[in-house]
Design a protein around this ligand. Structure first.
Ligand code: GLC
Length: 422
């Protein structure tokens, strides 16, 4: 790649962020995802902050404007109605200050807040002071309602941000969606159905939304009645990392961070309950049935991002990356459930690569970190700012002009990225 091409890629990425900007928040991509998504926003904030720190902070502040009274930060904020998306606000019946869904998403906001703060501490200090109690309340909500032996559980597949990964197949099979009723999907109007979850999955997604709504999103009732409860590596590792980053911000603000330090110890122990010794990998654990998912996924490789070293995971990583032109696949290619084009059942995602790469770097696995950065940069350069990619061919899949892929380019993959912590 010649040096001349670099500014173009940066400029394209910035143009995507600006184009998806709806004023204070960014949509993941027009059409398919017309609202503000939780973890997408944290990535968007990071991308914006590479050229406009203030706009980066706005994104996170808008996200927290939707925080519920119990501390939960919803996975979607429906700021403005859009008939092109299902299930919309009237189906979810969120109970917060902004129309929203009723579940959360991987808590990466505090980690990106720390990074944005590092880019410009002076501008960041008052914002961090405003955000700190809100981030603390969100993390507390996870600690209070979502732990199983210290690992963080999800109550809906969408909560992990890895909607249809094989990790949930066992728990999904335990749901009988017979009374789900009629509904019309919108996602398959925008994208090839071969790349999207199946009707089998969708019936269960909608059934779980209806259950949550019927229970008015009461976490105690959901704990009792929801058949879907899975201890998940995505949530556990991202929360562990986010607690470490929040503690760092708290120290800067001269706050007492002992509660966060205690939470870190709980999550560190909880992460080890996700160790599936037979598989020799971190894995998802179905809390209701006690069964392992038996999946080496890209979320298994977030252990380093959480600050956990494990030589067996290095061996898994080397095995899996060696058979993919563009790693890291969302599911193990040697598994019979691997599907290179279907959403989270095989494809490579830039955001997961960035988190894995940051983790590898932080844990001193520098060569792997650099190789992953380079292969991801090549992938985006050759196949565009797609939602996700075929790990074997690189083919772009899902939505195009995607916010988080542009953000990952600017913050992590581009040769012009801001240097420093990550
Ligand atoms: C899909 C992804 C989820 C993401 C959302 C918006 O639902 O699985 O992780 O947040 O799209 O991009």
């Amino acid at each position: 790649m010649n040096a001349q091409a670099m500014p173009d890629m940066d400029e394209q990425a910035r143009a995507i962020l600006r184009g998806n900007d709806r004023g204070g928040y960014t949509v993941p991509t027009a059409g398919l995802y017309p609202y503000q998504w939780n973890w997408d926003s944290a990535f968007a904030a990071w991308g914006f902050a590479t050229f406009d720190v203030e706009r980066g902070w706005d994104e996170i502040e808008t996200l927290f404007s939707g925080q519920w009274g119990n501390g939960m930060v919803p996975h979607i904020l429906f700021h403005r109605p859009d008939p092109g998306y299902f299930p919309g606000p009237e189906v979810w019946g969120g109970i917060g200050p902004v129309a929203s869904s009723g579940i959360s998403q991987p808590p990466v906001a505090a980690s990106f807040a720390r990074r944005i703060f590092d880019l410009d501490p002076e501008a960041g200090l008052p914002v961090v002071a405003r955000l700190y109690p809100k981030m603390l309340a969100w993390h507390r909500w996870f600690m209070e309602w979502r732990l199983d032996q210290g690992a963080v559980c999800i109550t809906h597949p969408w909560e992990a941000g890895r909607d249809n990964t094989p990790d949930w197949d066992g728990a999904m099979a335990g749901i009988d969606p017979k009374d789900v009723g009629d509904y019309t999907r919108r996602d398959t109007f925008h994208v090839d159905p071969e790349m999207r979850p199946t009707k089998y999955d969708y019936d269960r997604y909608v059934w779980l939304v209806r259950l949550g709504r019927r229970l008015n999103w009461d976490e105690a009732a959901l704990l009792e009645q929801n058949p879907f409860r899975v201890a998940d590596p995505t949530m556990t590792f991202t929360l562990l990392r986010a607690q470490r980053d929040l503690a760092a911000l708290g120290r800067i603000l001269k706050e007492d961070v002992s509660e966060i330090e205690a939470a870190i110890a709980v999550l560190e122990a909880g992460a080890e309950t996700l160790w599936n010794a037979e598989l020799a990998s971190y894995d998802a654990r179905d809390v209701r049935s006690g069964q392992w998912a038996n999946c080496v996924s890209n979320a298994s490789f977030l252990c380093w991002y959480a600050g956990i070293q494990n030589p067996a995971m290095e061996a898994q990583y080397d095995r899996i990356t060696s058979v993919c032109t563009y790693p890291v696949p969302s599911h193990d290619p040697s598994s019979d459930r691997f599907d290179p084009k279907r959403y989270w059942r095989g494809p490579t995602w830039g955001i997961m690569n960035a988190l894995i790469g940051i983790g590898l770097q932080d844990c001193g696995l520098v060569e792997r970190a650099e190789n992953l950065r380079t292969s991801t940069a090549d992938l985006i350069r050759e196949y565009g700012f797609a939602e996700y990619f075929d790990p074997l061919t690189g083919d772009a899949a899902g939505g195009g002009t995607f916010t988080w892929t542009a953000a990952v380019w600017l913050g992590w993959a581009s040769p012009s990225r801001p240097k420093g912590a990550f």
